[in-house]
Design a protein around this ligand. Structure first.
Ligand code: ZN
Length: 333
């Protein structure tokens, strides 16, 4: 089976290895699609996992073989990404920096293994795809699940004014989730043309481009000087962390959905005086995501803009470091 092996910073190499046999309690999955996540790009672009790992946790596929004692799956069942267990992290070299080792153990996505033709996994950690959800949609379970988890972490009153910073896949999934949860006006800030158009398509009432307007001033005007009830920060960059507090109303709620990997400057005085409640979103609500898709409460399909071959994964990752018209990109091994 072919897999994309990470060989240090910014390098993925396709290797052909024997397809493994499932052991007791394991299933072998034939991967149909695997989405590229922001965290995959982070691991690709930073030398933070020992070489030899296979990225890719947003996969969907079919059961190819089941191991002994597996009774909840059979051959050809449709399945999707699983909870990512810590045992995926191999024995790390003794000179691994402590903070890197801790991150890998807490967040083992670097070893999820979906950019491959086959994947060996423990059956109890895999999800069935419900009827009516396609393999392509199921590859977006994590993307939508992060948006749902973001909304589930706040008290969103029906009709509330919501501001979403950044309209990449995570911002758009948060937008869909906020709509489903009953948000009133949704304001989105975004600079890229394709993402601005997508925000409109997914139901944003106002899309503000920070290159064109003073976003803080516009939000103030739109909310009658109060600020948004809830701000979802989904750009994951240094500057927008403090901005999210600047643009929320007093005693409002801020959710950090995008992952910022660099130290960010904040003004704690503002956080105190605004009496702001801040949440973070360390994971996705996968079960709710599958339920929401099966119930057709949202249509995630327009999030997929590109489907690329495993052989082209290196160029695909490089292109995503400077996205133009891409939203969600799936690899089809
Ligand atoms: Zn992900």
């Amino acid at each position: 089976m072919k897999s994309a092996i990470q060989q240090g910073k910014g390098k993925l190499v396709i290797e052909d290895k024997p397809t493994p046999e499932p052991g007791p309690g394991q299933v072998l999955i034939k991967i149909a699609y695997c989405g590229i996540c922001g965290s995959d790009l982070h691991y690709f672009n930073h030398d933070q996992a020992p070489s030899g790992n296979v990225l890719g946790h947003e996969w969907s596929g079919t059961i190819a073989e089941v191991g002994e004692g597996v009774d909840n799956f059979k051959k050809d069942d449709l399945v999707t990404m699983a909870d990512i267990p810590g045992w995926l992290v191999p024995e790390l070299p003794p000179d691994t920096p402590i903070d890197m080792a801790a991150l890998l153990k807490m967040h083992p996505v670097a070893y999820a293994g979906g950019f491959s033709e086959y994947l060996l996994y423990y059956a109890h950690a895999v999800h069935h795809i419900p009827e009516g959800v396609s393999l392509e949609e199921a590859a977006l379970t994590d993307t939508l699940g992060v948006g749902l988890e973001a909304v589930n972490r706040v008290q969103l009153k029906v009709g509330a004014t919501v501001l979403i910073i950044g309209a990449g896949p995570i911002g758009l999934s948060t937008l869909m989730a906020a709509r489903v949860a009953g948000a009133g006006r949704i304001i989105v800030t975004e600079m890229a043309e394709a993402r601005k158009a997508a925000a409109k398509k997914f139901g944003a009432d106002f899309v503000l481009d920070p290159k064109v307007v003073d976003v803080a001033q516009e939000v103030t005007a739109l909310t009658g000087w109060a600020g948004a009830d809830i701000v979802f920060e989904s750009a994951g960059v240094q500057a927008t962390i403090q901005q999210s507090v600047d643009m929320v109303k007093r005693s409002g709620q801020v959710v950090l959905v995008g992952v910022c990997f660099e130290p960010a400057e904040i003004l704690p005085y503002f956080w105190f005086m605004k009496d702001v409640r801040v949440n973070v979103v360390p994971g996705a609500d996968l079960v709710s995501s599958l339920n929401v898709m099966a119930r057709k409460m949202v249509d995630v399909k327009p999030l997929v803009t590109h489907i690329e071959r495993l052989e082209d994964i290196q160029e695909t990752f490089e292109a995503l470091l400077h996205p133009t018209d891409q939203l969600k990109v799936l690899i089809k091994p």
